[in-house]
Design a protein around this ligand. Structure first.
Ligand code: AMP
Ligand code: MG
Length: 344
């Protein structure tokens, strides 16, 4: 979940292309937009029946996820878990446990580069609910926050769904919960027969089946340049898939002429310093695309590309160099680009 205070930087990293159409049902495109989690969302869908309550149902679903997984909501299940004493199993909703299972898998795969217990460092560096900082934290403060981080101190179970910590922890699901939110909205639409859709929450995008006209959905990947925000780097024609982007060009702050990314490397206890401007991941699940994008962003352009190749991820890395932006892609990503090139 992204900070309200960061909202000026956290608009869609992957943006939607297409023309507006009237909000009419039954094979006319329904278009809905709104605010959630300190950012914006938009839904475009084709439905077999009229959907007068769809907007309200979407907002209810968004409120549910917020009430479960937001660290910006002091009453959320996650905030209560963070405040609870260690040692005991803490009951959580089943879907929240599944999100944490995925987060722990990402942590193990990356040897802790991805780590949702990174919350104390996220907060210390000004990317948490307490808002931006005005001075770089000093070494003792960094050491103190770092000592509280460690995914191996977090346990998750599905039956019955629960979390347990063996010491004080502050879990921040911001790297993965937005993707989960998109998947939850996709399930909501599908349960109503609206199987052709494009959903975007804060830059995480998922598309459903082709439009009734037969056309794929056009998803634009933005240039990772704060100077040209909104300029499209690449357009993909996609169906039944999700795209997520992580990087330092939207979510960052500047202090003393330096840019600080909201992606924290738990190994250095500081914002990442490599020159990866952006990484985009395409995957079947938005939750996984979101998690992998953050993971690759922590690893950086070199180790990240190696990880993506090894795990057969469809990923595109855009690195900032003195000679301009340099792109690297995996063969899996190239396949999507080639498909897009073949489309009319
Ligand atoms: P995203 O925009 O999906 O890349 O997620 C960025 C958010 O993930 C940050 O605002 C933090 O809340 C959280 N985060 C930062 N660093 C990490 C990390 N190393 N592992 C997991 N979550 C992180
Ligand atoms: Mg992410």
């Amino acid at each position: 979940m992204r900070a309200v205070s960061n909202v000026r930087y956290s608009l869609a990293a992957v943006c939607l292309l297409g023309t507006a159409s009237a909000c009419n049902p039954i094979n006319d495109e329904i278009q809905l937009t709104g605010q959630t989690q300190g950012t914006t969302y938009s839904v475009r869908a084709y439905c077999p029946t009229r959907q007068p309550d769809l907007h309200a149902a979407i907002d209810t679903e968004l409120a549910r996820v917020d009430a479960e997984m937001s660290t910006y909501n002091p009453d959320s299940t996650l905030s209560k878990f963070n405040a609870a004493a260690p040692g005991q199993w803490f009951a959580v909703p089943a879907d929240m446990a599944r999100v944490v299972v995925a987060a722990q898998q990402l942590a193990e795969m990356s040897d802790g580069a991805f780590d949702v217990t990174v919350g104390p460092l996220v907060n210390l560096w000004g990317f948490g609910p307490n808002g931006e900082i005005t001075a770089v934290p000093d070494a003792p403060a960094i050491a103190a926050a770092r000592a509280q981080v460690g995914y191996t101190h977090l346990e998750v179970r599905l039956q019955p769904p629960g979390l347990r910590k063996d010491r004080s922890l502050y879990v921040d699901l911001g790297a993965i919960a937005q993707g989960y939110t998109v998947d939850a909205l996709a399930s909501l639409l599908e349960s109503r027969g609206c199987v052709s859709f494009m959903i975007e929450v804060g830059g995480e995008v998922r598309v459903g089946r082709a439009k009734p006209s037969g056309g794929a959905w056009r998803v634009g990947i933005e240039m990772p340049d704060p100077a040209t925000l909104g300029k499209i780097q690449r357009v993909l024609q996609l169906t039944d898939i999700a795209v997520s982007t992580s990087g330092d060009y939207r979510d960052y702050f500047e202090l003393g002429g330096r840019r600080y990314s909201h992606t924290i490397d738990p190994r250095t206890a500081a914002p990442v310093t490599h020159d990866l401007a952006s990484v985009a991941v395409i995957a079947a699940s938005t939750m996984w695309a979101d998690g992998y994008a953050t993971l690759l962003d922590v690893l950086g352009p070199k180790a990240g590309l190696e990880f993506a190749r090894e795990h057969h991820l469809a990923a595109q890395f855009t690195e900032r160099t003195t000679g301009g932006y340099v792109e690297s892609t995996t063969p899996e990503f190239d396949r999507f680009v080639n498909e897009a090139a073949k489309s009319p």
